[in-house]
Every structure is written in C-alpha cells, then in structure tokens.
Design a protein around this ligand. Sequence first.
Ligand SMILES: C[S@@+](CC[C@H](N)C(=O)[O-])C[C@H]1O[C@@H](n2cnc3c(N)ncnc32)[C@H](O)[C@@H]1O
Length: 256
Amino acid sequence: MGGRQRVKKKHWFEEIAEHLGPTYLRYSFTYGTTQEVDTLMSVLALDPGDSLLDVGCGPGRHAHEFASRGINVTGLDISEDFIHLANLKASENASFVCGDARDMPYMEEFDAVISLCQGAFGLAGGPTLQNSKGDPDGAILSCMSRALKPGKKLALSAFSSYFQIRYLNENTTFNAETGINHETTFVKNEEGESMETELWTSCFTPRELRLLAANAGLEVEEIWSVDPGDYTKRVPDLEHAEYLLIAHRPNNGEKK
Ligand SMILES: C[S@@+](CC[C@H](N)C(=O)[O-])C[C@H]1O[C@@H](n2cnc3c(N)ncnc32)[C@H](O)[C@@H]1O
C-alpha cells in the first residue's frame, strides 16, 4: 500500500488488519453480507436516500451492499488499510473515513447506525482498556446513539458470553471479571504468511446490552440470537454466537 504515510497505531486491531488486507474477506463469517443487509434494511426501516453510519466498517462489505440499495453510507474505521480497501471499490453512495469510534464527532446526523461483527463495539477491551473510565464498549455505544437522528434506529451485533463459555476452546481464556475473551491465533496475509496474534473480544449477556443501551439513551426494541449470515428474529438463547441489538433513539418528548 505504497505512498501512504504510516502513523502510530491507536488500536491493537490495526496491526491485524494491516497483515490481513483483502484476505479478511475470505473468512466464512463475512459470507453472509447480503442476508444481513436484507434483514437490516427491513429492521431499520430504511428507504433509498436515507443515511447510514457503519461503525468499524472494515473493508466496507456492509457499506457497499447498503449503498447498492440506494442508502447513503458513511463507513468509519480505525484501520487505514481497511479504509484503503473500502475505497478501492468505487461507489456513488458510499464514502469512507479513517476515525476512532471512541471519539466520533457526529450529532443527530444519521437515519441509522450499525456496528456489525465487532466493528469497534466489542473490540474496545484488551490492552487499550487499562486507562478507560467506565465501560469502553458502552462509550462507543453512546457515541453511536448521539450520531442518530431522534426516532431513528441502531443495530449492533455482539458476542454472547453464554456461548463463549459454553464452547470455550484451548486457545481462549474468558475473563469473568471483564467479560473479555482472549484468544491467541494465527492470521494469514495474501502471500500466505502467518502472523501470530492476540484478540480481545468483549462478550455480553442480553441483560448487559439492555443496561448499556439504556445508559446510552436508547430504547431497546429487540434482542435476537443470531449467527453471521443468519440474522433471524429469535429469542435470546445459549446456542448462537452473537446477539443482535435493535434500539432507537427516543424522539424529543418520547418518554424514556
Ligand atoms: C472484525 S472487523 C468487522 C468489520 C465489519 N464491520 C464487518 O462486519 O466485516 C472489526 C473492525 O472494527 C474496526 N475497529 C476496531 N476498533 C475500532 C475503533 N475504536 N474505531 C473504529 N474502528 C474500529 C477494526 O479496524 C475492524 O475493521
């Protein structure tokens, strides 16, 4: 990715994104984009011409899919490499910015906000957690909430604590105090070179998601148990890897 000046990394995921590059899109969890966007178009009540903020958009798979349906998308990601990849695919309705979800400037600008597949929400723990006051993922949710126009909806997916503990494997350690799952794994770049890396993923129960949402000034509509590529209305259970939170920012005057 010649020519671009490297700045000091702000988040541990940036090094992973830099190594992965386009191979990120070979992971099977990225294959369900169309089904996910089909469902979210309806759940978020989106129409062509509406605006959407995709927080932690990665290489822009959801952003491009929404844009192809006439939604005006802003994709934000902390990784320069992923923003570069997102920009390689020209799109009239999608623009991409490098930015930190922990410090987003948007105020009441969007008809919908999403954070999918640990797009910032769920990755705020780990080595960057130490100096944070309060819950760092909750702080991201508050920034997402502020970006919504009153009355408009947000959707985010989050790892299920119950599922993680139930199916814990030898490469992962679940921290009961923080709810963070720590995993050591290998990621391959386009040349097939392996890099050992660590992942710190925040996991949640539906109750925690409800409490964080209330704290962010959101009204929870539904929480579903989902898997990537299988966003289906389903009561929260112990059998699916993620929860999908759907909430809205109350209209001025709507009772919270
Ligand atoms: C697992 S990827 C998910 C990408 C995309 N949402 C998807 O579903 O494919 C997580 C993304 O979140 C981004 N990210 C993590 N922390 C972030 C932060 N604080 N601000 C912005 N982006 C962040 C990473 O750079 C990465 O692109």
